[in-house]
Structure formats: structure tokens, C-alpha cells
Design a protein around this ligand. Structure first.
Ligand code: NAP
Length: 249
């Protein structure tokens, strides 16, 4: 899709699904900026890119702390180096599970902050360039629980459900400018986030999945790669489910 050079920005690219997205979009020829919460994590992303000979950089970004002016300054700094932003993958996310009656205000606020409000702030910054350029792809990482619900995850399901409404609304706002906005809703994917489950919980979960396995980060990254590609140019406001059939709608 790139007539002029530009770059793809992936939040939470240090581990898990985000790291797999970095690999996928790098293989697809994108210049990449990937974020991690620490300077060490950002350094590792830069090293990973350099080892493969891919242009791009790591960015130390804590979405809970960065205000709009820092986001704007940094994104514009990368645009000075790499050209306009073409793809934004809002992948970073956290979970703080508990039953509603036991859930602290802090667990509620922090998940809403990182998984939803930060997406609003970063997207607003990146959208300005995309509007000017009249092209762009925004891909938001939701979750199966946004659709199915899940006990113990009212905060996470509310944030990810909000992200789906955000995706559809923004898709309608910016479609006339050649920008697509889509979501990916993974099921249970084998990453640090799900490695907290014990073996009994994993077995029970796998029983419920028609494809009889947890997903891999690469399974999710393949869908992101597709949504960022020219082949997905007529898809917007959509949610791609990557859940091995555990929830069908
Ligand atoms: P993960 O392995 O826990 O990795 C989380 C990533 O987000 C890391 O790169 C982390 O950076 C970054 N991050 C955490 N807090 C952040 C903050 N405050 N500011 C900026 N970045 C932050 O997670 P994952 O399993 O790959 O999940 C990626 C996305 O997929 C999330 O949005 C998650 O909700 C969604 N998802 C995951 C699953 C699953 O089964 N794994 C299922 C459905 C949806 P550091 O490395 O620096 O900590």
C-alpha cells in the first residue's frame, strides 16, 4: 500500500503477540517502530530489528504515563526519520482479573486506562498524519471476551468491548479519507498473559476449543499482517476473530 516510505507503529512489541506482529510486518517490508515499557525492552527491539537488517527503532513508552504532548513529539520525531506513519497497531494491553465484588478501583482504572483510554490518545496523535496523507491502517487488539464475556474480567471485557465500539465509530469517521480501522479479537493465545493458568485450567480451556489447542502469537500476527496489506483495502470497522472456534458469531 505504500507509495511513499513510512512506518508501522506497534505498541507492546517486546513480547508475545506484539513481538510476533513486529516479525510479521518486518517480513512484509514495513519500517517498524515497536514499543516496550522500559528502555532495556526498547533497546532489545532495536537490536532485533538491526539483526534482521530491518529499518526502524524501539521506543520506551509506558502508555499509563505518557501524555498527549509526549506522544505527539515522539511520533513526529519518528516521522522525521522514517516518513509518515502508515500503520498503527494498538496492541499493548494488561489484565487485572478479579470478581467484581473483590475488584479494586485501581484494578478497574488501570485496565481501562491502558487498554482503552491510551488507545484513544495515541490514535488521535497518529490520525493527524494519516488524514493529511489520505491513507492509513489502524488495527486494535481486542479479545474474545469482548464478545463472550468472562467471569473475573469485567474490567478487561469492558475495555476490550469499548475498543470494538471505538473501532466501528472511528471507521465511519475516517473512511472517506482512505483510512481503515479494524480490530482483531484473539481467543486464548500462548503468551505470558495466559501462562499464569495452571495445567488443569489449560486442559479445561483446550476442551472448549474446537481446534483443540491454544493459539500462537503468530496466528494473531498473520491476521494483523493481512489487515495491514493491500488485500484488506476494502475492509473497515470489522473484527477478525482468531480463537480456534471457541466463540463463533
Ligand atoms: P503480554 O505477553 O503480556 O505482552 C504485553 C505487551 O504490552 C508487552 O510488550 C508490554 O511491554 C506491553 N505493555 C504492558 N503494559 C504497558 C503499558 N503500561 N504501556 C505500554 N505497553 C505496555 O501480552 P499478549 O498476550 O502478547 O497480549 C497482547 C495484546 O493481545 C493485549 O492487548 C491483550 O489484551 C490481547 N490479547 C491477548 C490474549 C492472550 O491470550 N494472550 C487474548 C486476547 C487478547 P513490556 O514487555 O515492557 O512489559
Amino acid at each position: 500500500m505504500n507509495e511513499r516510505p513510512g512506518f508501522a507503529l506497534i505498541t507492546g512489541a517486546s513480547r508475545g503477540i506484539g513481538q510476533a506482529i513486529l516479525e510479521r510486518l518486518g517480513a512484509d517490508g514495513f519500517t517498524l517502530v515497536g514499543t516496550a515499557t522500559s528502555a532495556a525492552g526498547a533497546g532489545l527491539i532495536s537490536e532485533r530489528l538491526a539483526q534482521r537488517g530491518w529499518p526502524g527503532a524501539g521506543w520506551a513508552l509506558d502508555l499509563g504515563r505518557a501524555d498527549a504532548s509526549v506522544l505527539e513529539e515522539t511520533v513526529h520525531g519518528f516521522e522525521g526519520r522514517f516518513g509518515p506513519i502508515r500503520v498503527l497497531v494498538n496492541n499493548a494491553g494488561i489484565a487485572r482479573d478479579d470478581l467484581l465484588l473483590r475488584m479494586s478501583e485501581e484494578a478497574w482504572q488501570s485496565v481501562l486506562e491502558i487498554d482503552l483510554s491510551a488507545v484513544f490518545r495515541l490514535t488521535r496523535v497518529c490520525l493527524r498524519t494519516m488524514l493529511k496523507e489520505r491513507q492509513g491502517r489502524i488495527i486494535n487488539m481486542a479479545s474474545v471476551v469482548a464478545l463472550s464475556g468472562n467471569p473475573g474480567q469485567v474490567n478487561y471485557a469492558a475495555a476490550k468491548g469499548g475498543l470494538l465500539g471505538f473501532t466501528r465509530s472511528l471507521a465511519q469517521e475516517v473512511g472517506s479519507r482512505g483510512i481503515t480501522v479494524n480490530a482483531v479479537a484473539p481467543g486464548f493465545i500462548d503468551t505470558d498473559m495466559t501462562r499464569q493458568l495452571n495445567s488443569k485450567q489449560r486442559e479445561t480451556l483446550i476442551e472448549r476449543i474446537p481446534l483443540k489447542r491454544l493459539g500462537t502469537a503468530a496466528d494473531v500476527a498473520a491476521c494483523v499482517g493481512f489487515l495491514a496489506s493491500g488485500g484488506a483495502g476494502y475492509i473497515t470497522g470489522e473484527t477478525l476473530q482468531v480463537n480456534g472456534g471457541m466463540y463463533m458469531s
